[in-house]
Design a protein around this ligand. Structure first.
Ligand code: NAD
Length: 464
């Protein structure tokens, strides 16, 4: 669905009017383009004294051929040189130099007094981020810090990135990645995702990376080559975009939707060289049919995307409206997961990826059924981490905000316009934005991610 206000806002007349009237200015966001560098501009790297992640960060910057700079911080230049990164010197007096990304290793911040290192790094350069710029702060997982002062200071990093997300504007994004001790070699997929245009509509998020034995040499242009993925609700909207992006990354995608969507499903599968599974996921035979479909070769990635709304205030809601939404959005996913596990269908280093919603985080008027189902999805993700870990499988969720699809096109105009603008980007996201986050979880190199819930909401003002 097109956002006419955004198109107007990016015209010459629109820009002038919007500036003069103080209206929200939704910038056209950079989106992934394989013909452009992963980070399309210079990157400034910095670190608090005593930080431990400069070397692994430098290795990623080297691997993506980033044009990387650092100020006069000897410890950063030394660690980067050890990692083989050609780090250029940035003179902090040069205010004309603009950057596409700021990357700051804050793992060495041990107490609240040392939080001033954040100010020292970001204050002088705060006006030097390009449009669709990226801020990435690396910290240590607060719950795993052995000292309370360290845990406190690390937890404080969230405040910085969330506030920067609201302050810097111009389509930028800002996140914290918390790295557990021993997970230093698991950061590459997350650093690549958050520095690239793939994370266009993901901002103010907090991600936890845990250790994993999996060390891979993958082709980053086709990370899912040889993998099989099942995407539910794949005939349109977000599911269609997920199928597209997973296929772009090399997966064979099995597209599932209700039999009534067969024609659209065939169209999507044919376009991406995938296959079709026409099935209502709430039917009694659905879990076994899915098991039978993948028995033998196994399944690497399942994306539980199919979902519906039946909005009514709780007082006006029928038991059918409640039951239908809970069954499609949550219970059927549990039944399918149980069947996949009981029959050992998920392959090693497999992925279960769920689609929640900011409604499940913040609640929403007229959506008690939907909010319960989507909060339940988060509960399912978090509770299944240890169960799946035993099988070498990860489970994570995305929680989309306002995404331009048939689902949101059905919302009444005034509520739709509010949902679209009430975020740091002043615009709705695109289905591809959700799909890119799912592809990041699906990546074989994302074995250190499990139990994460990342919002794809442009830093919506609704909820946390
Ligand atoms: P959509 O209505 O365009 O697509 C949903 C798909 O799921 C449809 O193709 C539908 O046929 C399929 N489906 C529904 N019931 C099914 C069943 N019983 N068995 C198999 N397939 C079934 O919706 P969308 O906007 O693309 O949403 C996709 C997911 O994203 C949903 O889980 C939704 O709750 C979630 N979400 C969407 C938004 C948004 O802004 N669009 C925001 C937050 C979360």
């Amino acid at each position: 669905m097109s956002d006419r206000y955004q198109v107007f806002a990016n015209s010459a007349l629109g820009r002038m009017l919007i500036r003069n009237l103080g209206l929200p200015a939704p910038l056209s966001l950079d989106r992934f383009d394989a013909s452009k560098p992963l980070v399309n501009g210079p990157v400034l790297l910095g670190a608090a004294p005593g930080s431990e992640l400069v070397a692994p960060l430098s290795l990623v910057l080297k691997n993506i051929h980033a044009e990387a700079y650092a100020g006069a911080q000897d410890h950063v230049h030394r660690a980067a040189a050890d990692a083989g990164l050609n780090l250029r010197m940035y003179n902090r007096e040069d205010k004309g130099q603009k950057f596409k990304a700021f990357v700051f290793d804050a793992t060495g911040i041990m107490n609240s007094e040392q939080l001033v290192e954040l100010y020292n790094f970001f204050n002088p350069i705060a006006r030097q981020l390009l449009n669709s710029g990226r801020v990435l702060v690396i910290g240590r997982t607060p719950e795993l810090c052995s000292c309370t002062k360290h845990a406190t200071a690390q937890r404080a990093l969230e405040g910085l990135t969330r506030a920067i997300g609201k302050e810097f504007k111009k389509g930028m994004t800002s996140q914290v990645v918390y790295v557990a001790p021993g997970a230093e070699n698991q950061i590459e997929s997350s650093v690549r995702f958050f520095l690239s245009a793939k994370s266009a509509y993901v901002s103010a998020q907090v991600v936890r990376v845990s250790p994993s034995d999996i060390q891979l040499n993958i082709d980053w242009t086709k990370p899912l080559a040889g993998k099989t993925a099942l995407v539910t609700g794949a005939s349109r909207g977000i599911g269609e975009a997920i199928a597209d992006v997973l296929a772009r990354d090399g997966a064979h995608v099995v597209c599932l939707d209700i039999p009534a969507q067969e024609a659209d499903l065939q169209r999507v599968a044919a376009r991406i060289g995938g296959s079709v599974l026409g099935l209502d996921i709430t039917s009694a035979e659905a879990p076994q049919k899915i098991v039978d479909h993948f028995k033998g070769k196994g399944l690497d990635i399942i994306v539980h995307n199919a979902g519906v709304t039946r909005d009514k205030t709780l007082a006006n809601m029928t038991p059918q409206q409640w039951g239908l939404v809970l069954n499609i959005n949550l219970s059927s996913e549990e039944r399918i997961n149980d069947a996949l596990l009981a029959n050992n269908v998920l392959n090693a280093n497999g992925r279960v990826i769920c689609v929640s919603s900011i409604s499940g985080i913040a609640g929403n008027m007229g959506q008690t059924n939907y909010a319960v189902s989507k909060a339940g999805v988060i509960g399912m993700v978090q509770s299944m981490v240890p169960v799946l870990k035993e099988k070498g499988v990860t489970i994570n969720a995305v929680a989309p905000g306002f995404i331009e699809t048939a689902m949101t096109a059905a919302i009444p105009f005034a509520i739709r316009e509010a949902g679209r603008r009430m975020n740091s980007m002043s615009q709705g996201g695109l289905p591809v934005d959700v799909a890119e986050a799912i592809a990041w979880y699906a990546n074989p190199a994302s074995a250190g991610l499990s139990g994460n819930v990342v919002r794809v909401c442009g830093q919506s003002l609704i909820g946390a």
